[in-house]
Design a protein around this ligand. Structure first.
Ligand SMILES: NC(=O)c1ccc[n+]([C@@H]2O[C@H](COP(=O)([O-])OP(=O)(O)OC[C@H]3O[C@@H](n4cnc5c(N)ncnc54)[C@H](O)[C@@H]3O)[C@@H](O)[C@H]2O)c1
Length: 364
């Protein structure tokens, strides 16, 4: 189903929540080009922003309002001055593992932060034409697997019992690509559950008010600009810091966990396309490179770059991690006229080059 907006064109005003983060900074130059006014609302969370100051990577033309999206007064103040045509909602707590221990914190920012934004828009009467949400492949949990007879099933969350026995895969079945039209959401982490709640709340609200939505389910984003201090996210930057300090990278499970790593530049072009394109889809769109790699492959490429020792299988596992994840990107390519361009090896070179240029990078 397609929602068409005849009025949508570059220009006007965009609000970006969490716009001072990794993805927000990366999209900021294109937003400044495409919109007349770009207003970032971000509390410069200390887990991501060690200095607490405006990131140098945020485009100069973007206005930064340092404020917490979970507070109603944030929205009353911002929306007094700003009339948004488009809202890009990025602000979130993003630690998959951390979300199990700090579920209230994740629910508060991700779920209540979203409802406060929507209530604030209502109170102001300034409803945007479109809201773009950066959702996550975490909403799928383990996704759909195919039995040997060809039938699909949704295996649900892996249990501590099977993981303790090192039964990583579901027996006699193969994983399939995540595809919004076929794969049921079944989160395997509190983080994933909060992202699904964001989607459902936004969709219900937007349907009621005739606001367009673009819900993008992002796979694993990596690349220059990724936080080098947040211990809870960013496996590629973590691996780079380990290899740079001469360590052998430990591989969880058996090292064959599959992920769809997508370079930040390719994510940025997808989000900007969702913000400015004439058409968006009511269905969520899966955004990734469209290919999977094992964690072992990614770690070996990084170890080779740094001349570090071979990665080793540690056999550890982390609650909330799913076994395999990659996106079917056909719908996103069709709807957004977008395509990812950068393959993993080149992306890793770009990430490592950027890390090497950063001052005071701490070993992981
Ligand atoms: N990076 C990925 O691999 C990935 C994958 C899937 C989905 N996503 C989604 O993309 C979005 C952005 O991710 P990112 O990688 O840029 O994360 P990030 O942590 O770099 O950026 C998030 C930003 O939100 C801000 N923020 C956090 N809590 C806030 C609050 N209460 N009020 C105002 N601002 C707040 C932070 O200061 C930060 O600048 C998130 O919604 C995340 O769930 C990211």
């Amino acid at each position: 189903m397609s929602q068409t907006s005849s009025a949508l064109r570059p220009g006007g005003t965009v609000i970006v929540t969490g716009g001072a983060g990794f993805i927000g900074c990366a999209i900021s130059p294109a937003l400044v080009e495409n919109f007349d006014r770009v207003v970032v609302v971000d509390n410069l969370h200390p887990q991501i922003h060690s200095s607490g100051s405006r990131p140098a990577e945020l485009a100069a033309g973007a206005e930064l309002v340092v404020a917490d999206i979970t507070l109603p007064e944030t929205w009353d103040k911002v929306l007094q001055d700003v009339e948004p045509d488009v809202v890009i909602h990025l602000a979130a707590e993003t630690g998959t593992g951390q979300s199990l221990e700090e579920s209230t914190r994740h629910a508060h920012v991700n779920v209540v932060g979203t409802t406060q934004l929507l209530d604030g828009l209502n109170r102001s009467g300034r409803l945007p034409r479109r809201i773009v949400l950066s959702s996550s492949r975490a909403v799928y949990g383990e996704g759909a697997w195919r039995r040997q007879d060809g039938s699909l099933f949704h295996p649900g969350q892996r249990t501590s019992e099977t993981l303790d026995l090192a039964q990583w895969d579901f027996p006699d079945a193969e994983p399939t690509a995540m595809k919004a039209s076929e794969t049921f959401p079944a989160p395997a982490s509190v983080y994933g559950a909060t992202k699904l709640a964001q989607e459902n709340i936004l969709q219900t609200w937007a349907n009621a008010y005739g606001v367009e939505t673009a819900i993008l389910r992002l796979q694993n984003v990596y690349g220059p600009g990724q936080s080098l201090i947040n211990p809870y996210t960013g496996i590629m930057s973590l691996f780079c810091r380990m290899a740079k300090s001469g360590k052998s990278i430990p591989l969880y499970e058996d090292g064959n966990v599959r992920r769809d790593f997508i370079l930040i530049d390719d994510i940025a072009s997808a989000i900007v396309a969702a913000a400015v394109s004439a058409d968006v889809s009511k269905e969520p769109l899966d955004i990734g490179s469209g290919e999977f790699q094992t964690i072992g492959t990614a770690a070996r490429l990084i170890a080779e770059h740094y001349g570090a020792p071979e990665p080793h299988v540690s056999g550890q596992y982390r609650q909330g991690d799913v076994r395999h994840a990659w996106a079917d990107i056909e719908a996103a390519q069709r709807v957004l006229g977008w395509t990812p361009k950068v393959h993993l090896a080149e992306g890793i070179e770009r990430l490592a080059t950027w890390i090497d240029e950063q001052p005071d990078v701490q070993p992981a």
